[in-house]
Design a protein around this ligand. Sequence first.
Ligand SMILES: [Zn+2]
Ligand SMILES: [Zn+2]
Length: 311
Amino acid sequence: MIIAKEYRRNRNGEIARREIVEVECDKCGFHWKTPHYNRIRKTLDTDLCIKCRAKYRAKNRDRHPWEYETKKIKFTCINCGKIQFKNPSYIKLNNVKYCSLKCRDNHLIKEKYGHLERIFDKNPNEVAYLIGLVMGDGNVRKSGEYTVRVGIAFDYTGKWLDMMDTIKVILNRLQIDWFEQPRKHNNCKMIGFALPNYIMEKYEIFYHGDKFSHQPFPSKLIWQNINYAAGLLNSDGWKVRNSFRFCNTVKSIVDSFSQCLSFSKIKHTITHAKGRLDKRTNNVGKDQYTVYIGSKLSVKLKELCKFKLKS
Ligand SMILES: [Zn+2]
Ligand SMILES: [Zn+2]
């Protein structure tokens, strides 16, 4: 109730709306000051202080606050299919389609590169060859959170021009946007393109940076295709008379090469050379593995591969 005092009044004798009045809580006797219009607006019949009001409302609520989520609308994330509950106003306001920002980004990446997955599935030989090249002469760098940038170096002394043409044909068939970069300091050219992480994950070669520390080993889909060996041979391999040799320092790549050859029943031998000590820098070099394929089987390998091998 209002404490009786001299208040400013209007013509009708009522207390002016803007006049600050002193009010007493009907329940606990607490005093507070407020403009009179607050008292005119109030919905309760009694004058209750802020604490008593809160208690009164809590008592008369039809349900507890934590039960409000039953009012929320069920929606399904269009990326991962997770079911979530959100307030109707939130869904309307933000036009929600995803459970999280990460899901949104993943979905947008899939939309941008989604066609790749289909095309990659349709052209397993091209993919195997391409991954062979990447494992051999390629480098993979991180670019953004959802993609990697792949660069493949080509000797540009004119000797391997047709190999570069082959890779361009393959990239075009796989509908990958590629670009060419001349490297001025040495005689090679780079072909670069971006791939989404999930495609790299699909072939189990998602890594970036140093191949030696990551030891990438492509999935079955790749090493069961002989064109993977062709890609590797065309980057890190060479021909001695009629037989092929392949040399690499990364054990997992040599193993996958060997597994790929064995799958197509091409016998080969592997030698292992320990890294040499460099007396000047006192560093021990990396171990080298060399794979030898005899001349008869080299001919067989040539016939099996869809793409032209180094000659
Ligand atoms: Zn009170
Ligand atoms: Zn989601």
